[in-house]
Design a protein around this ligand. Structure first.
Ligand SMILES: [Fe+2]
Ligand SMILES: [Fe+2]
Length: 315
C-alpha cells in the first residue's frame, strides 16, 4: 500500500487501481467537484483517463466469489452488480435525449464522452453478470434477470427516469425540461446512487485481498463518475443562476426519497463500520445541493421526506 501512497487516482492505470489508498478513491469525486471544472476541462480529463472493460481479468474474481467470499458478502455483491447492470444500461438510454437537448456546444461536446463511458460501464457490468454472477450471457435475458433482483424503490426510480426522458424527447429544446432530466440523472442517479454504490463496494472490499478485477473496475467507474457528477453540478449551477430553481427542486423532491430508500426490500447486510448507503447518500445530496446554490432549508425538507413516503409498489 505504501508503494502507491502518492499516486493519484487521476493518473492511475487500471492495474494500479486495486492498490490505491481507499480514502483517496472515496474523496476523489468531491475533490474534482469542488474545483468546479467546465465541460471542456472535463473533456480533457476524459481523454487522459481511458481504460478497457474487456482488459479486466475476472478469473481470480470468479474463484474468490465461488470459494472464498462469505455468504453475506456474496449477497451484497450480487445485489450491487444487478443494480449497476440496470443502472448503466438505462443510463446509456437516457443520455441520448440529454445530449440532443444540450443548451451549449461545449455541453454537447462533453456529453459525447459520457455516452462512451456509460457504454464501457455497461459492457463491464454485462461481463460481471455473466462471469461472476452466472447470469444469462444474452443481454436481453440478463437485463430481465437483473431487473428481478433490483429493489422496488430502484424500479420506481427507473420508471420515473423513463417518464422524464420521454417528455424531454418530445421537447428537446425545452431548457427547463433538460434541467429536470439532468437533476434526475446526473445529480440523483449518478451523484447519489451510483457514486455512493461504487464507493460502498470499494470501501467494503479494500481490507480484503479478494476480487481484484471488481475492485479495479469499480475504482475506474468512480473516477469516471467524478466527471459525470461534476458536469451535472456545472449544468445545474447554471440553471439555478438563470432562474430554474423550481424545476430542479421539483425533480429532486420527487426522486431523492426513492434514491435514498434504494436498499429497502433488498437482502444484503452491510459490515459493521461501513455507513449505510442511505447515510452516504444523504451526505452526498447535501454536498451537491450546496454546490449548485440550493437553499439548505429545501435540502433538509427533502431529507425529512425519506421516512414519510409509502413503500414503492413491487411489480
Ligand atoms: Fe456509469
Ligand atoms: Fe455515469
Amino acid at each position: 500500500m505504501t508503494r502507491w501512497s502518492t499516486l493519484l487516482l487521476d493518473d492511475a492505470s487500471l492495474a494500479q487501481m486495486p492498490d490505491l489508498p481507499v480514502d483517496h478513491v472515496l474523496r476523489h469525486a468531491d475533490v474534482v467537484a469542488a474545483q468546479q471544472p467546465k465541460p471542456q476541462a472535463l473533456y480533457e480529463r476524459w481523454e487522459k483517463q481511458q481504460w478497457s472493460a474487456q482488459a479486466i481479468e475476472l478469473e481470480p474474481d470468479r474463484h474468490d466469489f465461488d470459494k472464498r467470499l462469505s455468504q453475506p458478502a456474496k449477497k451484497a455483491i450480487q445485489e450491487s452488480v444487478a443494480t449497476f447492470i440496470i443502472g448503466e444500461y438505462t443510463g446509456l438510454d437516457l443520455l441520448a435525449p440529454i445530449l440532443t437537448g444540450a443548451p451549449e456546444e461545449t455541453d454537447h461536446l462533453y456529453l459525447g464522452t459520457q455516452i462512451a463511458d456509460e457504454t464501457r460501464h455497461t459492457q463491464l457490468m454485462l461481463r460481471l453478470g455473466e462471469e461472476i454472477l452466472g447470469l444469462d450471457s444474452d443481454p436481453k435475458r440478463m437485463l430481465v434477470q437483473a431487473w428481478n433482483m433490483c429493489t422496488p424503490p430502484h424500479r420506481e426510480l427507473s420508471r420515473l427516469e423513463t417518464e422524464v426522458i420521454r417528455t424531454l424527447q418530445n421537447a428537446p429544446s425545452d431548457y427547463g425540461q433538460w434541467l429536470r432530466a439532468v437533476a434526475l440523472f446526473h445529480l440523483i442517479s449518478e451523484g447519489v446512487l451510483a457514486l455512493v454504490g461504487q464507493r460502498a463496494i470499494v470501501q467494503s472490499l479494500h481490507k480484503v485481498p479478494l476480487m481484484p478485477g471488481l475492485k479495479a473496475g469499480f475504482t475506474a467507474m468512480c473516477r469516471d463518475e467524478s466527471r459525470h457528477v461534476s458536469f451535472g453540478l456545472h449544468a445545474l449551477r447554471q440553471g439555478v443562476r438563470e432562474g430554474y430553481t423550481d424545476e430542479i427542486c421539483d425533480m429532486i423532491e420527487q426522486s431523492a426519497p426513492l434514491a435514498l430508500r434504494i436498499e429497502e426490500g433488498g437482502e444484503a447486510e452491510y459490515a459493521p463500520g461501513i455507513p449505510s448507503m442511505r447515510q452516504l447518500g444523504i451526505d452526498s445530496l447535501r454536498r451537491q445541493l450546496r454546490l449548485i446554490g440550493i437553499d439548505q432549508t429545501f435540502t433538509e425538507h427533502v431529507v425529512g421526506l425519506i421516512g414519510k413516503q409509502p413503500a414503492a409498489e413491487d411489480s
